[in-house]
Design a protein. Structure first.
Length: 295
């Protein structure tokens, strides 16, 4: 078989490639090359990084860093809160009495007193021994106030109101620690101490924030004025001691109710007496009884 002679061009390429390999420089290890490059290129950036660190102010970060605070805590942090006021939120549910005093069913209502603050529930008409109110009131709580006074009254339609039962309740320690207390409390009365029945109450303490009047904010972030109270159901207002309630308007029903007891009295006279006694029919009835006895 005849040997194949490669073309001349191919021999030239082989010779050139061999000559090039003879003249090429020895290879440098990649690890050493990377180290040299990092030293030569990283030196300026390391210097600038150290310079930037020297220019930084290092200090401990607060616990609320990059966190959204609740609204009340945010106001405290900005100095908008002037003071905190505490209120006793009292729920007057119902009562269970042992006796009905009188010939007809009693009309009980409840009087509550905490310090100087007072509150009266609506009258549970003809409820006798089982009155139900389900009312909520909020009473200012001071540091020196620890006793809650409860008095159950019978609203008289003709005669004056009479006392049915009463109780003096020390504020539980649990509500001072933020808990809600729901209990039945014993009532005292004519039957004896803690023998007149029981009343169902629920109570807890709420904190209201008062804003500093000098605190100002921009229109984009307005802070509401007044107490910051979470939205709740309609709560009857508490009438403080010495504060007068608004006069109740005189209705034809009031005049007619007294007219049935005293048919000989003129309507104008009854209306004048009602206006002078702020619409209290019991006081007007007592006044007319006194006038009748004197004559």
């Amino acid at each position: 078989m005849k040997p194949v002679t490669p073309p001349l061009g191919w021999q030239f390429l082989v010779v050139q490639s061999y000559a090039h390999r003879r003249t090429i420089q020895p290879r440098i290890p990649l690890a050493k090359m990377a180290t040299d490059l990092s030293v030569t290129e990283a030196t300026p950036s390391a210097t600038s990084l150290a310079e930037k660190r020297r220019q930084c102010l290092l200090c401990p970060l607060p616990n609320d860093f990059l966190r959204v605070l609740p609204y009340n805590e945010d106001l405290r942090a900005r100095g908008a809160v002037q003071k905190e006021e505490r209120y006793l939120e009292l729920v007057i549910n119902e009562a269970r009495l042992v006796k009905n005093y009188g010939l007809t069913a009693m009309n009980p209502y409840c009087r509550v007193r905490l310090g100087d603050a007072r509150y009266e529930t609506q009258t549970a008409m003809s409820s006798s021994k089982h009155p139900v109110w389900n009312e909520v009131c909020r009473l200012p709580l001071r540091s020196d106030t620890h006793l809650l006074s409860i008095v159950l009254m019978n609203e008289g339609l003709v005669l004056s109101d009479s006392k049915i039962a009463w109780a003096t309740i020390p504020l539980p320690q649990a509500i001072l620690e933020g808990e809600c207390v729901d209990m039945w409390y014993e009532l005292s009365g004519k039957q004896g101490e803690d023998l007149e029945g029981t009343i169902h109450l629920a109570m807890r303490i709420r904190t209201v924030l008062r804003l500093d009047p000098s605190y100002r904010v921009n229109a984009a972030c307005a802070v509401p004025c007044g107490p910051l109270v979470p939205p709740t159901s309609d709560v009857p207002s508490v009438v403080a001691q010495g504060q007068q309630q608004p006069t109740r308007p005189i209705t034809a029903e009031d005049i007619q109710a007294i007219k049935e007891v005293f048919p000989s009295i003129q309507d104008d006279t009854i209306q004048t007496l009602l206006e002078s006694h702020d619409g209290n029919r019991d006081e007007v009835t007592s006044e007319l009884l006194r006038m009748t006895n004197e004559t």
